[in-house]
Structures are given as C-alpha cells and as structure tokens.
Design a protein around this ligand. Structure first.
Ligand code: NAD
Ligand code: UDP
Length: 305
C-alpha cells in the first residue's frame, strides 16, 4: 500500500484522483485549504485523511508520492487572487518539492496548457515554448505555472528528484463548482436555470475538452511510468465556443438564448493538444466522447441544482 499526498485533493480533478487512488487500495492524504474546493469533495474512508492546510505553509509528512494540484484553475477564480495565485504556484510547489526531496518521494506537477499562452503553434506540442503576455491578467497563473515547471526541472537536475510534469488541457465533469466560472459549468448551469448563455467575444475561439475520468487515468499512468515529461494530457477534439454553447443548449434547454459579452483580455484564440507523446510513452488516449461526457456532467448538475 502506497502513501500518496494529493495537494488540492478537495478540488474538481483532485477529488476524482483521490477516489481512484483509494479504489486502487492506496492510503490517501488530501491537503487543501478549500480556496476553490468543496467540502462535498472530502471523503469519509478508512484510508483517507483530510488536512486543511495552505501549501504556502510547509508540512512534514512521510509519503511515497505527491500529486500537486493545489492552485485556483478557473480564470474567474485566479483573477480574484492574482498575487496569491503566483505565490501558490511558486512557493507552494517549492515547499512540496522540498518534501519530495526529504522523503525521496515521486512528484507529479499539474501543469497546464496555459503555459503555451495564446499559441502561435497549433496544435500545441510539448516542444513549443509558448506565447505569454507577462504583464497581462492571465500571467499570474501562466507565469506561476511556468515557474513551477522550472522548479520541478531543477529539482530533477540538481537533486535527482523523480519529477513528472503533465500539461493538462481543458478538463470538465462532475464535482466542478456551479459557480466555478469555466465555460462548461457556466453554460450547463445557465441553461438549466433558464439564464442566457454568456459567450465572451465572438465565440469563434476554440478549446478541446477532456472528460475528467480520462484525465485522471492519464495522471496515474504518468506517475507509474518512467517518464518525466512534460507530456500533454487532453482530448484533441476541438470545438469553437459557439459550438459548445449549441451542444449544451441541445442537450439541456432548447429555449436558451445566447448573449455575447466583451472578449476577455489575452483569451487564447485556439487550443488543442498534440498527444502523440502521451499515446506513445504512456499508452494513453482519451476514451470518452464530448457528447457522452457532457451528458454525465449535465446529470451531475441537475442533481446539484
Ligand atoms: P480546482 O480549483 O477545482 O481545484 C484546486 C484545488 O486546490 C481546490 O480544492 C483548492 O481549494 C485547492 N487549493 C488552491 N490553493 C491552495 C493552497 N494554497 N493550498 C492548498 N490547497 C489549495 O481546480 P481543478 O480544475 O481541479 O485543477 C486542479 C489542478 O489542475 C490545478 O493545479 C490546475 O492548474 C490544473 N489544471 C486544471 C485544468 C482544468 O481544465 N481543470 C487544466 C489545466 C491545469
Ligand atoms: N467562456 C465564455 N463564456 C463563459 C465562460 C468562458 O465564452 O461563460 C470562454 C472563455 O472566454 C474562453 C473559453 O470559453 O475562451 C474557455 O474558458 P474557461 O474559463 O473554461 O477556460 P480557459 O481555457 O480560458 O482557461
């Protein structure tokens, strides 16, 4: 039985990861300060322990593996705490890397497609260095995550820590907060509550959406592999935001209307992962189609609302 620490384990992805690792008979320690997480995502299980802590404050627990998912991930959330978001990514990641060093634990960093910024290369391969506006509103998150990748790489180089960098692309599914602010949760909640569907800009910008179960399988495969990454994990099915709105309207409330609002500053115009590396090195690829994943997510929000 492995002892596994999940920082950010009460969040959307973290809660699914904790569940899966418990099912695989591990001891799970979830560390979270509930900044963007939910109490409902905390489990009552004999092999699970919840510790309320901010990763900016170091913690000393002997573990075999660390997954670092602690960080606000939705633009709506990190726009509220820009300085704190960078601090979490840089100081928080540094603290957890020190812990990995102390106990020779494996370390997986939840990095992001946002490190590619508003990309000039499409689809995005791991070799692309990105296009981030360092002084723009998204930089608190993007640059924090870029620096976290740098810290991980240097802990590997200097201290020989077994680090793994996964670049996660847009992920969705049950356990997202209804007020999280990301496009899938917003559109579903708006449609189910008879509110207008809010599109920022002209809606021609694209994203590629991965269902959370597929993503979690990818994270665990990465941890159990000999790879250090970075490796993109995401679903390459690409849609414009208008197409996303139309799909969700068709599956929920055909009477919903679309309302166009101002474009967000520095909003990436396109995004789609190149997943050749994940396929070849991890034997991973997504299995759940967008329609199937949306249906499961809509069911979850219907129950919540
Ligand atoms: P989320 O906001 O639901 O989860 C983040 C969790 O971290 C929350 O429970 C929050 O309370 C916790 N947290 C935040 N700051 C903390 C701190 N200082 N100390 C302790 N806990 C803290 O977001 P998510 O979608 O589950 O994302 C999880 C991770 O995956 C994040 O690191 C995010 O950057 C990364 N990621 C997610 C996506 C996505 O589409 N969901 C895409 C790319 C990367
Ligand atoms: N978006 C939108 N309406 C919303 C929420 C998001 O049009 O209510 C757009 C947003 O401008 C972006 C895309 O949907 O182009 C994805 O946004 P999200 O916040 O989900 O994730 P991002 O990929 O931007 O981090």
């Amino acid at each position: 039985m492995k002892k596994i620490l999940i920082a950010g384990g009460a969040g959307f992805i973290g809660s699914h990861l904790c569940k899966k690792l418990l099912e695989e008979n591990n001891e799970v320690i979830c560390i979270d300060n509930l900044l963007t997480g939910q109490k409902n995502n905390i489990y009552n299980h004999k092999n699970y322990k919840f510790i309320k802590n901010d990763i900016i404050n170091p913690i000393d627990i002997k573990v075999d593996e660390i997954y670092n998912l602690a960080c606000p991930a939705s633009p709506k959330q990190y726009f509220k705490y820009p300085i704190y978001t960078t601090k979490i990514s840089v100081i928080g990641t540094l603290n957890l890397l020190e812990l990995a060093y102390k106990y020779n634990a494996k370390f997986l960093q939840a990095s992001t497609s946002e490190i590619y910024g508003d990309p000039e290369v499409h689809p995005q391969t791991e070799e692309y260095f990105g296009n981030v506006n360092t002084i723009g509103p998204r930089a608190c998150y993007d640059e924090g995550k870029r620096c976290a990748e740098t810290l991980c790489s240097n802990f590997k180089r200097e201290k020989n820590i077994n680090v793994k960098i996964v670049r996660i692309f847009n992920t969705y599914g049950p356990h997202m907060r209804a007020d999280d602010g990301r496009v899938i949760s917003n559109f579903i909640v708006q449609a189910l509550t008879n509110k207008d569907i809010t599109i920022y800009g002209d809606g021609k910008q694209t994203r590629s959406f991965c269902y959370v179960d597929d993503l979690v399988n990818g994270l665990i495969k990465m941890m159990n592999s000999n790879e250090n990454g970075p490796i993109n994990i995401g679903n390459p099915e690409e849609y414009s935001i208008i197409e996303v709105a139309e799909k969700i309207i068709n599956l929920t409330n055909p009477k919903s209307k679309i309302k166009f609002l101002n474009k967000m500053e520095d909003d990436p115009k396109v995004r789609k992962p190149d997943i050749k590396k994940a396929k070849k090195l991890l034997n991973w690829q997504p299995k759940i189609s967008f329609n199937e994943g949306l249906k499961k997510t809509i069911k979850y929000f219907k129950e919540q609302l």
